[in-house]
Ligand binder design. Structure first.
Ligand SMILES: Nc1ncnc2c1ncn2[C@@H]1O[C@H](COP(=O)(O)OP(=O)(O)OP(=O)(O)O)[C@@H](O)[C@H]1O
Ligand SMILES: [Mg+2]
Length: 508
């Protein structure tokens, strides 16, 4: 007899509906799974067999063929265990088929037939809703995550037996429908008001947040670079519901939702260590998972001690920084993950950390400093609009008590973002960092005095065309923070204060 159970699979950050067809026929006992399964899916056979037996059901000693349709999409992960098990029970008439087709079924099984939580439940629940199915059967631990999607029934089961009794009407699980409560899984990671002094750096980060510009901070040890970087998400605009959902989907697929619960409402902050692998950074692996560039989507990707990162790793950042997405080629498939992040990096100015420090003497030889900074490639630096020298912290600053808090800065950032959105509403653009050289002519028109100032600065500071464009973009954002349509002289003057890294080292 043939049974057909609906289930889901993950492709990129979306989910697709999969039909799990189970056919049982006479012949030599066998158990095959076809339809592009990966190793984890093929291993299902052993788990399903043991699970069915250990839950006191009968496992047929016949020829079992499982087909996962559509057959042209690669199926990965262990979440087909439960639908396969139920398919076998239907095909052997141990479970009636009626009602089963109104639900999608997902779940991993352990050998004793209990369910185990799986990754990617949120995008699956979204798919179930889109398809108009009544609900989804998931492992008990995944219930909360699936319940984020309103309007479908989420049925959590602890074992194969519970799933069977649900369809036989003998077990009434608590059905989650229209759950109102969305918990925020992330705690608060600090406030700008805790950072004393460093007004220049804070202003720089406010500009960065307002125009979504990438930032490189260069400064001596202990000046607070790492501390302030961790607080950047607190000044970024609040996320829209769509953004929240997309981020939560990504964390669901990566298996990183803390205690398998609600929506993530805070923008991500990811700070990978410099020993990270290429797959860890951009994604991939045996069961493909998003990497750090995707986990930082709509948030901040922070590379602390930038020169410690191997060059090959830094080169990998070029595509996601440019395209705001990353494409990974795999055997017979390519996967695209979104990666729209704000790039923030920090570094000491030299190996000892004190080059240019007014209070401490730098003990590095010029060639050591050159070698140190040469690790960061030109193309990466080109993509960093704001490069700022961080001063050592002053004693008098430590005693200050009055500092602006994150909420106030965030307000100003949100206003500036709204101003940009309005200006770019006829384009697929959201903020100033997306301005290409062509668009600069349209959106950064200068008056006579402003042109003269830019011209003087160009010659005096020996600017490159790229540096010139960056100054224009930053000046645009500074003007936006004041909701000024025109870029004025003092906006440019402020933008000129952020020197490029090559200028910092011009004395070498
Ligand atoms: N501006 C500041 N206000 C308050 N505390 C600060 C400030 N700067 C540094 N600190 C304190 O000093 C500690 C070290 O700062 P942090 O690790 O951010 O420095 P860093 O610039 O990243 O140094 P390194 O280059 O060695 O990584 C912080 O945890 C914090 O307690
Ligand atoms: Mg640090």
């Amino acid at each position: 007899m043939l049974a057909q159970i609906k289930s889901c699979t993950i492709y990129g950050i979306e989910s697709l509906l999969v039909d799990v067809e189970v056919d049982i026929s006479r012949g030599l006992p066998a158990f095959d799974i076809v339809g592009l399964p990966n190793t984890a899916v093929r291993e299902s056979r052993e788990r399903v067999k043991a699970a069915i037996k250990n839950q006191e059901f009968e496992f047929p000693i016949k020829r079992i063929t499982v087909n996962l349709a559509p057959a042209d999409i690669k199926k990965e992960g262990p979440h087909f265990d439960l639908p396969i098990a139920l398919g076998i029970l239907v095909a052997t008439e141990q479970l009636p088929i009626e009602h089963l087709n109104e639900y999608a079924v997902v779940g991993e099984l352990s050998l004793d037939g209990c369910t185990r939580p799986v990754n990617g439940i949120l995008p699956m629940a979204i798919k179930v809703k889109e398809t108009g199915l009544k609900g989804i059967i998931v492992p008990r631990e995944n219930v909360k995550e699936a319940s984020v999607i309103r309007g479908i029934d989420v049925i959590g089961v602890n074992s194969v037996e519970e799933a069977v009794s649900f369809f036989k009407g003998g077990f009434t699980p608590h059905i989650f429908t229209d759950q109102q409560e969305h918990s925020n899984s992330d705690g608060n990671s600090g406030d700008f008001s805790e950072v004393k002094g460093q007004e220049n750096l804070k202003r720089c980060l406010e500009i960065a947040a307002a125009g979504h510009h990438n930032v490189l901070m260069i400064g001596p040890p202990g000046s607070g670079k790492t501390m302030i970087a961790r607080r950047i998400p607190s000044i970024l605009p609040s996320m829209t519901f769509e953004e929240t959902l997309e981020i939560t989907k990504i964390y669901s697929i990566a298996g990183l939702l803390s205690d398998h619960s609600g929506l993530i409402k805070r923008r991500p902050f990811r700070a990978p260590h410099h020993s990270i692998s290429p797959a860890g950074l951009v994604g991939g692996g045996r069961i493909p998972k998003p990497g750090e560039v995707t986990l930082a989507h709509y948030g901040v990707l922070f590379l602390d001690e930038l020169p410690e990162f191997p060059r090959e790793i830094l080169e990998l950042l070029r595509q996601p920084m440019e395209d705001e997405k990353i494409t990974i080629s795999r055997f017979n498939a390519t996967i695209t993950y979104p990666s729209k992040f704000m790039f923030v990096a920090s570094m000491n100015p030299c190996p000892c950390g004190y080059y240019g420090d007014p209070f401490n003497e730098c003990t590095c030889m010029p060639y050591q400093i050159k070698r140190y900074i040469s690790k960061i490639s030109g193309p990466l630096l080109d993509r960093i609009d704001l490069q700022i020298e961080v001063a050592p912290i002053k004693f008098s600053d430590l005693e200050k008590t009055e500092t602006t808090d994150s909420a106030t800065i965030k307000n100003r950032v949100e206003t500036a973002r709204a101003f940009q959105l309005e200006r770019y509403k006829n384009r697929k653009m959201y903020y100033n960092s997306q301005l290409t050289p062509n668009l600069l002519n349209t959106y950064c028109k200068l008056g006579k005095n402003e042109k003269q100032l830019m011209k003087e600065a160009f010659f005096r500071l020996k600017m490159s065309a790229r540096a010139y464009n960056k100054v224009l973009k930053i000046a645009r954002t500074i003007a936006d923070l004041e909701q000024s349509q025109d870029i004025k002289e003092y906006h440019i003057a402020e933008a000129l204060r952020f020197r490029n890294i090559d200028k910092i080292y011009s004395r070498l």
